[in-house]
Design a protein around this ligand. Structure first.
Ligand code: E4P
Length: 218
């Protein structure tokens, strides 16, 4: 399973990259705003900075919602850097744009997916990635993991190559459950990745090993 970090915070991206397990980055307009990145020029520059920090794909989301505008904006984003993946909303014009970009071999990530039907449309349109929002479904007492397993089954039935990018991951259990279900990618905050390190028996075991080493070596 690929690990993406879901942030526009350069320090957190750096930390995840340094751990050696990072496969890419996802961003969205809210995450950019959270870091105070505003204005088209600054936003585009920020995407380039992120691309230069990581080895993998970097999702950059279009703001436009009408086909012609989406194409214009998506082409501009794709031209920024070879690692850019054009992130498109799950609306009719977004699906049309997804088909347009996939025919041109430009990578896409269809975002804001909340149903199996939407996931099927994204795959039919040739999306590289399709992002079901796990955490936001859980937030409204709907089983987000069940949706991801339904999508896994549908994609496997027909051999769709679109990668299931479990988004809106909030915690380590989300990560583990997505891996069990067979999601291709997960994107979450740094804490959801670093949290995987934790186990009290690792901590106490290491403390004991170091203590015993010192006993015999002083
Ligand atoms: C997906 O690409 C989105 O950026 C993201 O995962 C949304 O997560 P949230 O529900 O925590 O805002």
């Amino acid at each position: 399973m690929k690990f993406f970090i879901d942030t526009a915070n350069l320090q957190q991206i750096k930390e995840a990259q340094a751990l050696g397990v990072l496969d890419g980055v996802t961003t969205n307009p809210s995450l950019m705003a959270k870091e105070g990145i505003t204005g088209k020029k600054n936003i585009l520059n920020h995407y380039v900075k992120i691309c230069n920090m990581v080895d993998g794909d970097v999702s950059a989301e279009v703001i436009a919602t009408e086909f012609e505008e989406i194409i214009k904006e998506g082409e501009e984003l794709a031209a920024l850097h070879p690692q850019i993946v054009v992130k498109l909303p799950m609306i009719a014009d977004g699906v049309k744009a997804c088909k347009y970009f996939s025919d041109k071999n430009i990578k896409t990530n269809v975002t804001l997916v909340f149903s199996a039907g939407q996931a099927l449309l994204a795959a039919k349109a040739g999306a590289t990635y399709m992002s079901p929002f796990l955490g936001r479904l859980d937030d409204i007492s709907t089983d987000g993991l069940h949706l991801i397993s339904e999508i896994r089954q549908i994609y496997d039935n027909y051999g769709f190559e679109t990668q299931i990018l479990s988004a809106s991951v909030r915690n380590t259990m989300h990560v583990i459950n997505c891996a069990k279900i067979g999601a291709d990618v997960m994107t979450g905050p740094l804490s959801s990745i670093l949290g995987l390190l934790n186990h009290p028996l690792t901590d106490s075991g290491l403390t004991q090993f170091l203590k015993d080493y010192k006993k015999g070596n002083h």
